[in-house]
Design a protein around this ligand. Sequence first.
Ligand code: MCA
Ligand code: AMP
Length: 512
Amino acid sequence: MPDANLYARLAQRFPANPEMAIFAHLEDGRTYSYAHVEHVSARMATALVSLGVQPGDRVAVQVDKSIEAFMLYLGTLRAGGVFLPLNTAYTPAEIQYFLTDAEPRLFVCRPESAEALAPVAAKAGATLETLGIYHPDRDVADAGSFLAKVPDDAQFNTVPRAPEDLAAILYTSGTTGRSKGAMTTHENLGSNALTLCDYWKFTKDDVLLHALPIFHVHGLFTSSNTILAAGASMIWLHRFDADKMIAHMPQATTMMGVPTFYTRLLDHPEFTGELTRHMRLFVSGSAPMLVETHERFQQVTGQTVLERYGMTETQMNTSNPFDGGRIPGTVGFPLPGVEVRITDPDTGAALTTGDVGMIEVRGPNVFKGYWRMPEKTAEELRDNGFFITGDLGQIDEDGYVSIVGRSKDLIISGGYNVYPKEVEEAIDLLPGVSESAVIGVPHRDFGEAVVAVVVPERGSAPTDDAIMAGLSNLARFKQPKRVLFTDALPRNTMGKVQKKALRDEHTGLFTG
Ligand code: MCA
Ligand code: AMP
């Protein structure tokens, strides 16, 4: 059987000429070819093994986006390790949970976070190393301790993996209780990368404008793995910056982003039809793109953004077509090899064309389950292989899938997921608070913004500053953009908080 190791699968497709660039137009003037990818990932894998990483061991990473961070991901795959990327916004309290749950052999963090995170790593039994942004002109100390352990030269035989072996764990918050580690296999990632490469017609001539973070599926897998599968190249920006996107767009052929990328570009006076005429593809996902944004984009550029739908647990499920109608407000067709069905959320019975129900997905893209949570896995992954997404949708007569809502209480802010329950639990613990409801309110920039509606205890008058100060253990993007106070939350006859009524009441908070 051929090796299913994702790196080995992608490397087979690397360009025949290893001098071809993988990272193009680097801001520091470096050149970085596919030969470098092979060599540096071999050196990284060697260092990982020397640090005790064995096949199946987790390698947890909370570092800034850099080429070295990306090579650490590839080195982990080559060593047969399980890559566990963590949002750079997570606080030490949040990291503590992930490390305790995943028990990584190694935890790599930013040099400036090492002091705060050393006790966290020690408690979880993980070796701690640091990785900073490498810059040839800067003091080597900035690059952290890990690179010092990477040999100058090394060959490495990629560890063979079976399709169902784990390649990565990505944590996704739960609607109830603790975050769950989505166990993602080599086959999940390999099949999705090859499918997207084909479906979106990527070739070695493509240059992807890459400004997404690399601790989530969108930036790490959907974007980067697809580029490696095509033997193409990327313009690697450390973060989204509209000016830089515009400066680099003339050298790019494609871009992938969350809707906020598109609204920010459209608001920029230099984003014009002229600037984008040569671009062959713009892809959006991670959150719904408003029809209005699609239309503005069409007006300015004459092009239609291709919207697709994915999840941490399933990689990419559906996509509007490359050729043929890309219909705003839909997420297109099931990708080749992926089955999508709509079911009754209460009974699980399959529904028919046009009916709104639960979106369920089956295919080689669907994850293996939640790390050490067999009950949660059984709740969401059916015996017949269908995954219950928690998204509500319908399929029209032409086969286009639309997402019309969510059965899960979830806010998507600028492409980051925020689970209201987690924020409410933190607020409810604060002095003077009786209860709270956290809702997503329309926001021009982030799509939805987190808003907390707080009921003070009788006789107490907590301030919004006090509430915010009490939430410092939560990542900034989860913290409310506004705290409102009320005497009582609206409830239905069953006593359940009516979040829809609250959302309706405050809908114009940021847009009105
Ligand atoms: C930053 N802030 C945010 C967010 N990002 N607040 C709410 N939501 C956010 N997404 C806060 C910061 O804490 C800060 O607050 C202030 O906003 C400005 O921060 P800054 O760093 O300057 O923001 P930015 O760099 O401009 O970031 C905005 C962004 C970024 C570019 C939209 O959030 C981003 O890159 N999002 C992409 C997320 C993504 O990749 N999602 C894919 C998930 P303060 O100043 O008060 O501290 S994968 C997925 O969903 C599935 C699989 C799929 O289908 O793809
Ligand atoms: P995550 O848990 O970060 O993987 O987020 C996955 C969720 O993002 C999905 O379950 C959807 O609710 C949402 N999502 C992703 N892509 C789209 C899209 N194009 N339109 C609407 N929602 C989307």
